[in-house]
Design a protein around this ligand. Structure first.
Ligand SMILES: CC(C)(COP(=O)(O)OP(=O)(O)OC[C@H]1O[C@@H](n2cnc3c(N)ncnc32)[C@H](O)[C@@H]1OP(=O)(O)O)[C@@H](O)C(=O)NCCC(=O)NCCS
Length: 112
């Protein structure tokens, strides 16, 4: 499953692609429960790779895109990857405070 972006040029340089992709990853991982997300772009497309890095994606490899003719400058591609963040550990049961223990002792068993 791939995440991707394309914005009108007047919307560049304002963080919109990263913000929208962050929301999309949240849906993918916490909503749908996917294990990993990929993203690919041309080696020359540094702005797109910057979005990937801002999302916490890491470079997985390079490849020649089979649908782009050999020798074309956009043929060399990179692919980035991110895996689902580990679920937070379950919270420890809250320790009873000295005050609540004292109050329980004072109230006695009948009040419990
Ligand atoms: C790829 C593309 C979406 C990237 O757009 P972008 O504007 O560079 O990326 P973002 O929307 O995440 O914005 C990040 C920029 O906003 C700035 N920014 C401003 N306010 C921000 C905020 N509140 N939060 C985050 N970033 C913010 C960042 O500093 C960064 O600045 P920079 O561009 O000077 O480095 C855009 O270049 C594009 O649509 N290109 C054409 C289509 C394309 O190539 N798509 C990919 C095909 S694989």
């Amino acid at each position: 499953m791939e995440v991707g972006w394309r914005l009108a040029s007047h919307a560049w340089h304002q963080g919109f692609a990263t913000e929208a992709a962050t929301a999309a990853l949240d849906v993918a991982f916490r909503g749908v429960g996917l294990a990993e997300i990929w993203s690919m772009t041309a080696v020359l497309n540094e702005p797109s790779q910057a979005v990937m890095r801002r999302l916490g994606m890491t470079l997985h490899g390079e490849f020649e895109h089979p649908r782009v003719e050999p020798g074309h400058p956009l043929r060399p591609h990179v692919v980035y990857r991110i895996t689902r963040p580990a679920a937070p550990a379950p919270a420890e049961p809250a320790a009873r405070s000295a005050t609540s223990q004292a109050a329980e002792s004072a109230a006695g068993p009948a009040a419990r």
